[in-house]
Design a protein around this ligand. Sequence first.
Ligand code: FAD
Ligand code: FES
Ligand code: FES
Length: 1373
Amino acid sequence: MAVEIETTRKSLVFAVNGERFELSSVDPSTTVLEFLRSQTRFKSVKLGCGEGGCGACVVLLSKYDPVLDQVEDFTASSCLTLLCSVNGCSITTSEGLGNSKDGFHPIHQRFTGFHASQCGFCTPGMCVSLFGALVNAEKTNRPEPSPGFSKLTVSEAEKAISGNLCRCTGYRSIADACKSFAADADIEDLGLNSFWRNGDSKEVKINRLPFYNHNKEISTFPEFLKKEIRSSMLLDSKRFSWYNPVSVEELQSLLESIEADNGSLIKLVSGNTGMGYYKELDRYDRYIDIRYIPKLSSIRKDSAGIEIGATVTITKAIEALRKENKCEVHSKGEMVFKKIANHMEKIASGFVRNTASVGGNLVMAQRKHFPSDIATILLAVGSMVDIMNGPRREKIMLEEFLERPPLDSNSVLLNVKIPNWESIKNISCETNTMLLFETYRAAPRPLGNALPYLNAAFLAELSRCKPSDEIIINNCQLAFGAYGTKHAIRAKKLEDFLAGKILSVGVLYEAIKLVRATVIPEDGTSSPAYRSSLAIGFLFDFLSPLIDNSGEISNGLLDGYMSNVLVKDFKINHNYVQLDHNKTQALLSSAKQVIGLSTEYHPVGEPITKSGASIQASGEAIYVDDIPSPANCLYGSFIYSTEPLALVKGIKFQPKPYPDGLAAVITYNDIPTGGENIGSKTIFGTEPLFAEELTECAGQRLAFVVADTQKHADMAIKFAVVDYDVENLEPPILSVEEAVKKSSLFEVPSFIYPKQVGDILEGMAEADQKIVSAEIKLGSQYYFYMETQTALAVPDEDNCMVVYSSSQVPEWTHIVIARCLGIPHHNVRVITRRVGGGFGGKSVKAMPVATACALAAHKLRRPVRIYLDRKTDMIMAGGRHPMKITYSVGFKSNGKITALQLEILIDAGLSADISPVMPHNVLGALKKYDWGALSFDIKVCKTNHSSKSAMRAPGEVQGSFIAEAVIEHVASVLSMEVDSVRSINLHTYNSLSLFYEGGADEPFEYTLPSIWDSLAMSSSLCHRTEMVKEFNRNNKWRKRGISRIPIVHEVMLRPTPGKVSILNDGSIVVEVGGIELGQGLWTKVKQMAAFALSSIKCDGAGDLLDKVRVIQSDTLSLIQGGFTAGSTTSESSCEAVRLCCDILVERLRPLRERLQEQMDSIQWEMLIDQAHLQAVNLSASSYFVPDLTSMRYLNYGAAVSEVEVNLLTGETTILQTDIIYDCGQSLNPAVDLGQIEGAFVQGIGFFMLEEYLTNSNGLVVVEGTWTYKIPTLDTIPKQFNVQVLNSGHHKNRVLSSKASGEPPLVLAASVHCATRAAIKEARKQLLSWSSQDGSTTTSTAFQLEVPATMPVVKELCGLESVERYLEWSMGTK
Ligand SMILES: Cc1cc2nc3c(=O)[nH]c(=O)nc-3n(C[C@H](O)[C@H](O)[C@H](O)COP(=O)(O)OP(=O)(O)OC[C@H]3O[C@@H](n4cnc5c(N)ncnc54)[C@H](O)[C@@H]3O)c2cc1C
Ligand code: FES
Ligand code: FES
């Protein structure tokens, strides 16, 4: 027994979902995620980024305090949490909340019912993030919530998931699922769900929600672990190389002893979240976990201030800083603490802040120049730090700490002390002095999870001059950081200048000049002028309300500034609204979803929940990387080129010639005799799997490293050094202009090249005015599927290969693998069950990933798998096609366009991929307006960039945008309302038929004109346009814009196979060519099978939905699966299934009729049982081949978006979006609604946020979530109203339905156009300020780049707008 305890005490012991785990040894660099995914059956924790930026890996960690007998629960990113640090902890994953065997948790059920899971890859992380918030809300002493609800608030529910990324849903549905638990949720505000129907009473609605019993939440900490903890849980430090000192002295002697042990690499560990940013390659000999040292983990408060131990987490620091505030509501010092807490809440996300320490942050800022928020805000308030180096202890100012050379690895930051300003300064009404404090940050995401472009914090001690009542600045401390500086700085010259000054416009103007001279980003920082202008904007925001004449200035003040009650005390200005930056209002206001139901083809047409949503939520759904590794499995990683054009002379590994675990390096030389160097294929050509002697683009695959673990494979490629030779080579082609010059073009087959419309010369001759040779440039976009590319290849008997691939095109992947290996096609089998998001990126680009695994498996005769790390995935993905567009347009004075001439250069990159279809797609979407005559020259350029591929609405999003840019340009030349120019150029049915030859269907099916009008009504467009004007008249520093845009989007159906089999018990198995990517294909297919089989008309046949299972795609079981792309695979798969069912019904009918003669009622099960006995063939296959009438059709929709632009920061807030989209008679309106919302938000990413940047070699330089910002909950429209229009019968469509996957993405251009409208207002205002001195350099005509990021918007609004305003202000005095 004694021996047993001894073992237990020295091992690593923890619980996962109540199960005990004990490890006698482990590599100390192992993360919780690595352990869970590779050593347990709990696969719900997904790897989305590996750097704390996505939330797919979130788990709930619970710690037990035996003294207080209390459990502390908090969410954490398991990809950053080291396994040794969870000794004695309990981990809860989504499977632990509930599952298919023991019953799902209400969280899972509500996510399902609110249609909040599409591909499902993000869903378990979302569920755990919400669970963490629920568990902690229940611990509060808030009033008892109503039955079925929790103590959580709506705002907390939203914040709980604001750091979790989802690329599919558009977040609205997820937010509703989360809010449904909130005590203060208005049930009427919650969106479409499967629980209730319109018109149900509030009580009925509440009763129909899966019941949540807040008093009976699952236990997060098992009793057995509590007992073990009480009897101590020590790790064998030596065995684990993991040390847990419990006192400063112990830490000190440990460090000393290690120092003596020369060359030993040590790492102090607190939360280890720093690994998310610095993906260190160093292997440490020893890890010292410093969180158990009371001095470092405690918070002490006294009248002089608050001392925060270095290992205190940001979450705990926030709580403590806020708590202080509660004690003394009116204290000025406490107000400073509160504001620091508010700012800290915008650092990273909840699940990072819960483990990230304040000390870790400051050390990163000090040692590695991390762009810290904490350093800046604590610098402004004069904080001090306590450091220990050996026996030496020092208390120094934070400023000095930051300025010192980087802290050595033996130095320890013990704590930081934030002074209480009230105690330092005699600040009171009696002394006529006041304290003003404010913090700022400008970042792409308002709620956090994004590093700032710049942050700032300003503290000022003020008094009022008597009798003039002017404000004098006695002293101030002004800190700026994160703008491309080594560390946060105090602007000393500026502080000195302001000290003792009476505030006036002139003083402010001079101060701003000093800011410009002080805040200068270092060379190489992106958007340097923008960052400097932010500093100016923030200082202006801080000081301008204090100026005597601030009545005028303050009208346009930023929301948020006036949170400072001290300003109120001062009674400087009575006019402005007091708004707190961080007041806990909900992020999203209520959204409306209107769907047109139809029961004609029951259950087709009903908003049933997505097939598999519950197991996706619980994490039981199996994605390729969740398949357990077969014995002897190896893992791969790609070495890619960093040069655009070079000879590859060799590849070495340095400094380690044989990296750990390395098994093989596979190159084109390993392709077997008879095989081909082929990595992908489309109808337009092939792409090699590996570059041979010559690499022709950065990002091209050079080799496939295979190792014993994924970690080793990923590490190995980091040590790879490629020897390039560029001598005697032509320079690479890195621009479309260069490609044209060198005639480096891909051929576009004439059958897909679009046709010109009308006579361009005539059209131009008709015009009253012309714009000649205007130019637009459009960049790329990355897919950012949450599941990166992945495959598993398993060699099978007789020279066969089974490959599990996350692919949208298993059929073609199959062909490529067979060709590469040189084996007959029947020796290959590609299996795809579900894909964690595709968006086109898992079509052509998934093929080489699967093929490389197959090649390595073939050569090594062992299973080989890969799960690409995010960085490599981003580098190899290619993404959307960049383009350059030059247009000339002729138009009448009333806005009617008579001719449009275009020259479009498309950058296709190195291989043809699907690029030759781009001219067709671009033009297809651009033709949404009647241009009179349309003529174009489109070139598909072959360059030395990675080959571009299809991304959701490929070409259409660009085409539609070009159309809008032309319309906007015409409107601005004519000084007309853009909306009128749009309206006047909308197609009539006749012009539509002319532009879309053969695609326009019947006149009544052209629903765009009616959508256009009803959207104006439903969105109150006219009224809101007036309100926007009013707002813009009354606000100087915020401007609004509103914009309505239409779409006409052509889609095409492709041949698709299906197979339906009815098993003995009456259950049904369906196979289809289409792949479930999250778009709800399986759900619609199930509905269709249930509908089509119901025509047998026996008892129970009307209710077959639950009997249908759609199974994984297997390329040998069902051939000719084709591409899952172009929005139409769901409907064509449905049609294929309908054909199968019709065959089965025909076969069953004679039997049913015979049986009917013998009995009154025939049950479905009985019919099938008899059919089996009587040898009826109960399996049918089909191949749906659309005919000419059904192959192509047009989709219609329109959107109105309203935005507000902050002129000081360039931030755009989407206030409201209204969409009407025609789905025909939707096969499933809930699925289609999800597609519309999700696509639209992905479009917001393209138009507003996502910068897929490359260096001068064309190598992608954005590497993950730190730099590539997809939309999050806080960047979607605050109010998001969508109507899924049921436009009735369409005889050539599949049960009258229309597509929804891609077209709505294009509607997001409405946000961009609204932003342009707001900027236009800003520029007009700027012009009015500038014109005083005669300067009119800023014109109102401009192009707004895509994406319209904050720097882009701010630049157009005027980087020097504050200066211009102040000059104007002084001039008018
Ligand atoms: C996704 C994400 C987003 C983020 N966004 C922001 C942001 O917007 N603004 C911002 O300011 N920060 C941001 N951060 C940074 C975050 O605040 C830091 O990662 C965190 O505070 C570091 O704390 P830690 O306990 O995890 O440190 P660790 O990772 O454990 O340590 C970091 C480094 O400091 C050393 N170290 C730790 N403690 C001490 C000590 N007491 N003495 C000496 N050395 C020590 C460690 O050895 C290590 O080198 C973000 C982080 C992530 C992961
Ligand atoms: S995988 Fe951990 S946060 Fe993305
Ligand atoms: S459902 Fe969220 S990423 Fe797919």
